[in-house]
Write a protein that binds this ligand. Structure first.
Ligand SMILES: NC(=O)c1ccc[n+]([C@@H]2O[C@H](COP(=O)([O-])OP(=O)(O)OC[C@H]3O[C@@H](n4cnc5c(N)ncnc54)[C@H](O)[C@@H]3O)[C@@H](O)[C@H]2O)c1
Length: 334
């Protein structure tokens, strides 16, 4: 895995830096020789915060790294941080992620994902930051978009989570227009790989198969997802950063997927193959808010920043399962 950044960007703020995607971004920025990498994370208990500390294990003692345990809703803390540090680039990944929990506590999603995003845009504006990359989501498209989804399709979110991501994009556009900020909103399509969030299907399924427990499958297994390997997401994030400093339009929304539609049944087969065990399926009704299909058209990412995903599902699942076995063994030993 690697994240190729432009030379003009040396000092980074990564929000959600202890999370699945954020911790990889932090690690790769440090490996790439960044002058300063500051991660903000509130270590909330959406999933076990100890996992977030584990995610940062390889970065935490790096001399260029600073961890700020803080909530992005806390404007005073952000202002204080902005007085202490200068950033060339903000990678804004902190969010309440997850579709189903957003139906239970929509207000929390609004406060963190919309209010928090506004706070980060404000911070970047005040610092005259050169580059802002925002984590949006394939969920903004909704169930009526024609696959493969193109960025110019009408947005029809069907969950509070998806609506907050769409709102984040709109606010980012306003800031770019008003203040000349260079912003790329990346619509991630179901990201998986080492350190994946434990609430996501691949992770839950793998742990259940390893423990020979039945796996809950919502619907009939025909749902289709464009699963994207974390290494390819990092490639896309680096591409977006380069795009913000190398010219082009000041604001873009860009899909990041593999552009391959995988059925739930094929995903489960790939997990069975990698683990070497058969899965027992526990059928459950379809869940409100879930999309039946996601499929990314990635022409724009290719054109704007040469994005070329390279990890087929079987390869990525193999790497994920290898990591999961190592991680579970270490957790038992600890
Ligand atoms: N993983 C995916 O498949 C996927 C798909 C589409 C979009 N995204 C988006 O990518 C981003 C990263 O997702 P992830 O899968 O790494 O999730 P994650 O939950 O592992 O990471 C998000 C991090 O943000 C932190 N955070 C949440 N609220 C915060 C707050 N108020 N203040 C400070 N920190 C806070 C969390 O503690 C967590 O460490 C999110 O914005 C998510 O919506 C992810």
């Amino acid at each position: 895995m690697s994240l190729r950044t432009p030379g003009a960007l040396r000092r980074f703020l990564v929000t959600g830096g202890a999370g699945f995607i954020g911790s990889h971004v932090v690690e790769q920025l440090l490996r790439g020789g960044a002058e300063r990498v500051v991660a903000i994370d509130d270590f909330n208990d959406y999933y076990d915060p100890r996992r977030k500390w584990e995610n940062l294990a390889s970065s935490i003692t790096h001399p260029a790294f600073r961890l700020q345990v803080a909530d992005i809703r806390d404007r005073d803390r952000l202002r204080q941080l902005a007085r202490e540090e200068r950033f060339d680039c903000v990678v804004h990944l902190a969010a309440r992620a997850g579709v189903r929990p957003s139906l239970v506590d929509a207000r929390l999603y609004q406060d963190v994902n919309m209010g928090g995003t506004l706070n980060l845009l404000e911070l970047a504006r005040e610092q005259e930051c050169k580059s802002f990359v925002f984590a949006s989501s394939s969920s903004v498209y909704g169930p009526v978009a024609v696959p493969p989804f193109r960025e110019d399709a009408a947005l029809m979110p069907i969950s509070p989570y998806a609506a907050t991501k769409a709102a984040g994009e709109l606010m980012a556009h306003s800031y770019s227009h008003l203040y000349g900020m260079r912003i790329v909103c990346l619509r991630f399509f179901t990201v998986y790989g080492e350190r994946q969030r434990p609430d996501l299907a691949i992770h839950k399924f793998a742990n259940s198969i390893l423990a020979r427990r039945p796996i809950p499958v919502f619907g009939d297994g025909s749902t289709l997802r464009d699963y994207t390997y974390i290494g390819d997401i990092l490639q896309g994030i680096g591409g977006a950063m380069r795009y913000t400093v190398e010219g082009g339009t000041p604001f873009e929304v860009v899909n990041l997927g593999e552009s391959e539609c995988i059925s739930l049944s094929r995903l489960i087969s790939a997990l069975e193959e990698a683990i070497g065990e058969r899965a027992t399926i526990d059928r459950q009704p379809e869940q409100p808010g879930d999309l039946p299909l996601t499929h990314a058209n990635i022409e724009k990412a290719r054109r704007l920043f040469g994005y070329a995903p390279e990890t087929p599902i079987e390869t990525g699942i193999g790497r994920f399962v290898e990591w999961l076995r190592r991680r579970n063994t270490a957790a038992v030993a600890a």
